[in-house]
Design a protein around this ligand. Structure first.
Ligand SMILES: N[C@@H](CCC(=O)N[C@@H](CS)C(=O)NCC(=O)O)C(=O)O
Length: 213
């Protein structure tokens, strides 16, 4: 049994999608990040960095944070959704680091300054919109003539989908990137993905932020 500490947000959705894909027994607990529950002493004992997702695997006794580390852990635990071939495996590790360090970090800043910041600093908004577009072009290129980031569907797709699902809901364009859009629709059609993005909560309604932007 695994406990997933999460909220309706992109990094936790990666883990609920993976748990659904892998058919693992789990429960989810809501940590309301809009109300600061991630800073409670109970939660920072689990993740000193005060962010979701976190998992506790009651079978092994492991507590883990950082979504892509959790994805790797779940793939290794089950022997699924990550290749055994060395070249594919290292390509996968590289893309998981790229996703966390670039896509997640920069898409997060883009949303922060474009949507959530009470004042919208022109320089910061422009910087992260430009970087978001540049990174989306990188994804478009990586998916040239490919169904998935690796030769088969894997946690690399799940890691990227979490943020693409969120950023499209936030109003950032995907239609202008045909390879990415086809990949997105392919992943979104999977039943485990459709379930995963509702656990423990769906994304919030970003319309008020978009209208105010
Ligand atoms: N690199 C971390 C990022 C985790 C993260 O930023 N989680 C967000 C939700 S998607 C969060 O907990 N935000 C609350 C906060 O920043 O206070 C990961 O991949 O798990």
């Amino acid at each position: 049994m695994i406990t997933l500490y999460a909220h309706g947000s992109p990094n936790p959705h990666k883990i609920s999608i993976a748990l659904e894909e892998l058919g693992l027994l789990y429960e989810s607990k809501i940590i309301n990040i809009w109300e600061g529950e991630q800073f409670s002493p109970e939660f920072t004992t689990l993740n000193p960095n005060a962010k979701v997702p976190v998992i506790v695997d009651h079978e092994t006794g492991y507590t883990l944070y950082e979504s892509n580390a959790i994805l790797l852990y779940l793939a290794e635990k089950t022997g699924k959704l990550f290749p055994t071939d060395a070249q594919q495996r290292w390509k996968g590790v590289q893309l998981l680091f790229f996703q966390a360090a670039s896509i997640g970090a920069m898409f997060g800043q883009r949303a922060h300054f474009s949507l959530f910041a009470p004042e919208k600093p022109t320089y910061a908004v422009a910087r992260y919109l430009k970087e978001g577009d540049r990174l989306t072009t990188v994804l478009e290129t990586l998916l040239t003539e490919r169904e998935y980031f690796l030769d088969e569907y894997s946690i690399v797709d799940i890691a990227h989908f979490g943020w693409l699902w969120c950023s499209t809901h936030q109003g950032f364009a995907i239609d202008a990137y045909p390879n990415l859009k086809n990949w997105f629709d392919r992943i979104a059609a999977r039943p485990a993905v459709q379930k995963g993005v509702t656990v423990p909560l769906e994304l919030p309604d970003f319309t008020p932020f978009r209208n105010a932007a």
